[in-house]
Each structure stands twice: as structure tokens, then as C-alpha cells.
Design a protein around this ligand. Sequence first.
Ligand code: DHB
Ligand code: FE
Length: 289
Amino acid sequence: MATVLGALTSSHVPSIGGAIAKGLQQDAYWKPFFDGFPPVHAWLAKAKPDVAVIFYNDHGLNFFLDNLPTFAVGAASDYRNADEGWGIPTVKPFKGDAALSWHLIESLVADEFDIATCQEMLVDHAATLPMALLWPGGGDWPVRIVPIAMNHVQHPLPTLSRCLKLGQAVGRALDAWNEDARVLVMGTGGLSHQLDGKRAGFINKPFDLMCMEAIVGEPERLARLSVHDLVREAGAQGTELMTWIAARGALTGSVSVVHQNYHIPISNTAGATMLLDNRAASLPQARAA
Ligand code: DHB
Ligand code: FE
């Protein structure tokens, strides 16, 4: 049986990639954001995941407005990053886990989620940069990945409630997976931000902090917000909170906060990181190194 170790949620601002490439992690502007990660690294060193299921939103690298699935599950044996025009250095390709992808796809379709399945899929900054924050250094990735892309670009967006149910369905599928795998779930994006229009630069700290509290024990409360509520409170791109809700939904055990960090601004965004531990009834010990 797969073990779902926990969920890591993080902002994915493209300029993080530039900061990493230029070694600016200790720079006054970047330090408060990058300082959110050493406790995550310590947790990862003990938890030793071997696969990461990543809820994220593609921003036009793999899907564009003419062909945009609401939910798309990667089913490739490898995933490449490519130049997406932000000047972010590309990262090394990721190994996929096609067996887990197909297990999730079978289980989601049986659960009446009409997903797209992608046997080829490019992954953008929303998947690559949180991975680079978790495993810095540019070496080979220590985990396989299964990317799950969610539409936060073109309306109509999925409802928050549907995103929570998607995450819960993924969590049930992971719990039922007949493989000895240690799984980290990730949700990337947010928190509040709006990149364009009259409210460009909009950030809502009280709303973000409410979300960071509610997501731990009351994700259903967040799922009751409408998409319009979310855009009003979090900004047009703050809809990326949906990836956090999906990741939280995938935790079926007892959930606690290991670590969290919140800093305004990182680029135009409230930069936030949360690490949630998922204590299943019979959690196996981490594998010996
Ligand atoms: C920014 C934030 C995002 O989530 C994104 O996808 C692109 C840019 C930003 O704040 O710069
Ligand atoms: Fe984004």
C-alpha cells in the first residue's frame, strides 16, 4: 500500500527560477521566502518520498486557450520543462511513474472524473520551481513525479468543491495503490495575487492567513467559496489556491502543520509555503538511508 506522507504547498512565481540561477537566496529581497524551506528539507530527509503527485496549473506551455482541459493527469515516463518566455533556466527532465499515473487515471474515471490523460506533457514553472525549492542544487531529481494540471487560466474554472473532491479521489486512489511507495502530494501557486487589469498587484493578507488556517482542519469551509468569491478575495490568479485545496484533499489521515511561511511580496504575489504531515493509522517507518 502506498503511504501518503504529507502535502507541500508553495507559491511558484517564475522569478524564483531567476533567483535560484543567480544565487540570490540570501539576498534581502529573497531571504524571507527561501528561509521557508530548510525546515521542509529536514522533513524530506526523514520522510524520504519516492514519488511526488503535483497539483499545479499550466500557464500556456503545454495547454493553450484553444485546448484546455479542466483536469489533466500526466501518464508519461518522463516530463520535460521548456523555455516558457519568462527567462527561467530550464530544469532537468523528471522521471514519471506511469504505473501510478494509470492507477490514478483508472481510479479517477471510475470515480466519475472525466479527466484528460497525457502520455506526453511539458511541465512549466508551476511544477518545476516548487520541485527546485524542495530539492535544490540542480542534481538528479530524487523522486518520480505524476503531474496533475488544473485549469486556472480560462473561465469557467472548476469549482473549489470539485477541486477538493478531485484531491480526495486522488487520496483514496493512493491509499488503495498496491505498491510500497512513499508519496508526497504537492499543490502549487498562490496565494493572493492579480497580475493584470485594474487590480494588478492586489494582495489580501487577512484572506490568505484565513486560508492557511482553514486548509488544515476545515478545507470544506474553503470549498464552499464560489470562484467569484475567490477571485474577489484572492485576485484573478489567486485562484491557484485550488491546487492547495486539491493537495489537502489527498490527505486522508490525521493532518498537522509541520511548518509554514508567509511573506509579502514575492514579485506580485503573497509568497506562502505550508508543509502538512499526514499521519495514517499505521505509518511505516522511513526507509533507512
Ligand atoms: C507571478 C505569479 C504567478 O503565479 C505566475 O504564474 C506568474 C507570475 C508573479 O507574481 O510574478
Ligand atoms: Fe501562476
